[in-house]
Design a protein around this ligand. Structure first.
Ligand code: HEC
Length: 168
């Protein structure tokens, strides 16, 4: 029994010595040179740089993504209170049928002023009716005169005019 333990102690000691010797050998500068030769000099430094660059990229990407998400999220609440510039189907059909849409758009200048600009003039529906039948080009000095459109039914202009005023 005693002999067995003695042998084991000796064995462990031998193992420790071998390990220590091995460590001493492997951590020598020679080993480092061999490592550098095999993997290329400064490999660990390059790896560290790459890791830093990678995390910077990741942070930047995250920031860009967050900015994008914020930008996408902001117009939603703003749009809620805003008036829709797209005419409802019935009005769109009337604007089409009576040729108004050839010269007018909701928020862009075509031949005539955009509907949103007309809305700012605060005309009553009756005023809009008479202006379609008898335009007053002096109201829009930097536009060509609108031709009188006698063929447009009054009730169409009432509907169109009411919608125009809803754009305010
Ligand atoms: C051929 C092009 C053209 C067509 C078609 C046209 N407009 Fe105009 N419209 C204009 C121009 C140009 C002006 C600005 C100059 C003016 O008032 O004469 C104008 C001005 C207006 C104004 C403002 C009038 C004022 O005095 O402030 C209203 C309202 C209007 N249009 C309604 C209509 C309606 C409704 C229709 C369809 C029934 C229509 N327009 C069709 C060209 C057109």
């Amino acid at each position: 029994m005693n002999c067995f333990f003695a042998y084991r102690r000796l064995f462990s000691l031998g193992f420790l010595v071998t390990a220590a010797a091995g460590w001493a050998a492997c951590s020598s500068s020679e080993t480092k040179e061999a490592y550098d030769k095999f993997y290329g000099k400064g490999r660990s430094e390059r790896a560290a740089e790459a890791m830093i660059a990678d995390s910077i990229r990741r942070v930047e990407r995250k920031a860009a993504w967050e900015a994008e998400a914020a930008a996408a999220a902001t117009p939603a609440p703003a749009a809620e209170g805003a008036v829709s510039l797209t005419p409802p189907a019935e009005i769109a059909a009337l604007l089409e049928k009576n040729t108004c849409s050839v010269c007018h758009k909701s928020d862009e200048r075509l031949v005539g002023p955009p509907w949103v600009e007309v809305a700012k003039k605060n005309y009553s529906t009756d005023e809009i009716i008479s202006l379609v039948y008898e335009p007053k080009p002096e109201h829009w000095p930097d536009y060509p005169p609108m031709a009188p459109l006698a063929f447009v039914p009054k009730e169409d202009i009432v509907k169109i005019g009411t919608w125009i005023n809803s754009l305010q």
